[in-house]
Design a protein around this ligand. Structure first.
Ligand code: C2O
Length: 554
């Protein structure tokens, strides 16, 4: 087994975008951060040194962390933060997964700028016949002209959503934003070659559509799991999700020598979310366009639909796209979806309005503050990591294992706004606890309260299978009959359909404490989160490994 070592220095770096310069929190001064590339089966050690005054942690999003929860990263769930001047080395083995994942800070809203790709090269040859000549990452992010720390603080106090100032591709907004022509991502390709695009949505708050003019994309992998390949004009990728696609450079460009690639949001919804477009270019080598100046200009009247991008709010496209995502389910890469389950949980994921505390003024809506909840429990992080409290069996731990496994009082979630049902969720730190090896089925039920959004729900420490999805209220007698138990997609983040539900299944066999939350950062700040403990199994190989010596203390 090879050990691969990396060093991450969390430090400030002045970065200029949209004609304004501001200090960004970065890793090693890079924005986006460095790519971590390893091979399946490798042991990985990343020494993280915090060179700033504020706390930090790093999460390896999608890495299963088998028995190594101490290296997972979410602050106060599996570790206390790394304080200024301190170092913590994350150690884990990358097993039973291969493809594109990513890493990001998991403290406050630091992931706005602290993120990068995590590539796991397969041990076995790529299972598809198309030869790949080259690969490159496409990482979506958001650029905030204001201080994200302040935005977060306001949201935590229940203020409404706030938009970023631009979307970015590999940190670059592109020519459709003011002052950004030189900050445009351009990839040079050669005619006839096939490229693997490792697409990551690291944006804080938006599901995005992505397309490349005149070219099709063949999806081959999601969240570091191979899929049955299918060709599409565009993809939808939610925050936290990754998608690998193949693109063959088989077009003849016009005099610009390049084709536009672009991403814009799927939902803009009730609130005035950012509905702008980030763009970059595929530039063909050895075409006459080589002589023209780069970057090529974006068309002055930009009509995204002309460039393969679905229209905003195009839920039909998203539904069809999701339906096409299937596990490979081949002899070498079998689909291990649990055919039955031991425990069935229904989680209503909701935005809420909370009475404003006396003697305060709330910036939310109608004098109230915004909150968000799972089964009406709005998650509050404890002051000591839950994994540490659990592992050391500490008395007086600030969490309890009585998370309600179904909504207290079912109602029509996606009908008319059931306002009264959504007032005043309870704040607290309630999580679930399951035996090692429990086959869990969780139905994630969206609501139409305040808005209808597609919530990207992320589970730490496990992949899961999306066995069913639908609109309206989940029907416990009819819907399970339509489940896909043959080749359902396997992921770590599911975009629960707007105005609907998703059912996921997995074997909870990784002992530890695992966070589960909406990957829209504003919703996590409002409390759309919970977690679960998987108890140690009877065998030593089914137990959490002891904590590392340098584990930060609170
Ligand atoms: Cu990518 Cu808990 O997050």
């Amino acid at each position: 087994q090879t050990t691969r070592r990396f060093e991450f220095n969390v430090e400030w770096k002045n970065v200029t975008r949209l004609c304004s310069t501001k200090p960004l929190l970065t890793v090693n001064g890079e924005f986006p951060g460095p790519t971590i590339a390893v091979y399946e089966g490798d042991h990985v050690e990343i020494k993280v040194t915090n060179r700033v005054a504020e706390n930090t942690t790093i999460h390896w999003h999608g890495v299963k962390q088998l028995r190594t929860g101490w290296a997972d990263g979410p602050a106060y769930i599996t570790q206390c933060p790394i304080r200024g001047g301190k170092t913590y080395t994350y150690k884990f083995t990358v097993e039973y997964q291969r493809g594109t994942l990513w890493w990001h800070a998991h403290y406050a809203w630091q992931r706005a700028t602290v993120y990068g790709a995590l590539v796991i090269h397969p041990r076995m040859p790529f299972p598809f016949s198309t030869p790949i000549q080259e690969e490159f990452p496409i990482i979506f992010g958001e650029w905030w002209s204001s201080d994200v720390g302040k935005v977060e603080a306001e949201m935590k106090n229940g203020a409404g959503p706030n938009s970023s100032d631009a979307y970015t591709i590999n940190g670059l907004p592109g020519p459709l934003y003011p002052c950004s022509n030189k900050d445009t991502f351009i990839k040079t390709v050669e005619h006839g070659k096939t490229y693997l695009l490792r697409i990551i949505n690291a944006a804080l708050n938006d599901e995005l559509f992505f397309a490349v003019a005149n070219h099709t994309l063949t999806v081959v992998e999601i969240d570091a799991v191979y899929t049955k390949p299918f060709t599409t004009s565009a993809i939808m990728v939610g925050p936290g999700q990754t998608t690998n696609v193949l693109l063959t450079a088989n077009q003849v460009p016009d005099s610009s020598g390049a084709f536009l690639m672009a991403a814009w949001p799927y939902l803009t919804s009730v609130f005035p979310f950012d509905n702008t477009t980030t763009a970059g270019f595929l530039r063909y080598k050895n075409t006459k366009g080589d002589k023209t100046k780069y970057p090529p200009k974006a068309p002055s009247t930009f009509a995204p639909e002309k460039y393969n991008l679905p229209k905003m709010e195009d839920t039909k496209f998203v539904t069809k796209f999701n339906y096409k995502l299937r596990s490979l389910a081949s002899p070498r890469y079998p689909c291990n979806v649990p055919k039955t389950f031991d425990k069935h949980v229904v989680i209503v994921i909701s935005l809420n309005l909370q009475d404003c505390p006396a003697n305060k003024t709330c910036k939310g809506y109608a004098g109230k503050r915004f909150a968000a909840s799972m089964n009406n429990q709005s998650f509050v992080r404890p002051a000591l990591s839950i994994l540490e409290s659990h592992y050391k069996k500490l008395k007086g731990a600030e969490y309890s294992t009585d998370f309600p496994e179904k909504p207290l009082k079912p109602f029509d979630y996606t009908g008319v706004d059931p306002v009264s049902e959504n007032l005043n969720p309870k704040f607290g730190t309630k999580i679930m606890e399951v035996e090692h090896g429990t086959n869990l089925e969780i139905v994630l039920q969206g609501t139409s309260f305040l808005n209808t959004e597609n919530h990207p729900i992320h589970v730490h420490g496990h992949n899961f299978f999306i066995v069913g999805m639908g609109f309206g209220n989940f029907n416990a007698t009819k819907d399970p009959a339509k489940y896909n138990l043959v080749d359902p997609p396997e992921r770590n983040t599911v975009a629960v359909p707007t105005g609907g539900w998703a059912a996921i299944r997995f074997k909870a066999d990784n002992p530890g404490v695992w966070f589960i939350h909406c990957h829209l950062e504003e919703h996590t700040s409002w409390g759309l989160a919970s977690g679960f403990i998987v108890k140690n199994g009877p065998k030593p190989s089914q137990c959490v490994l002891p904590p590392p010596d340098d584990l930060p203390s609170c």
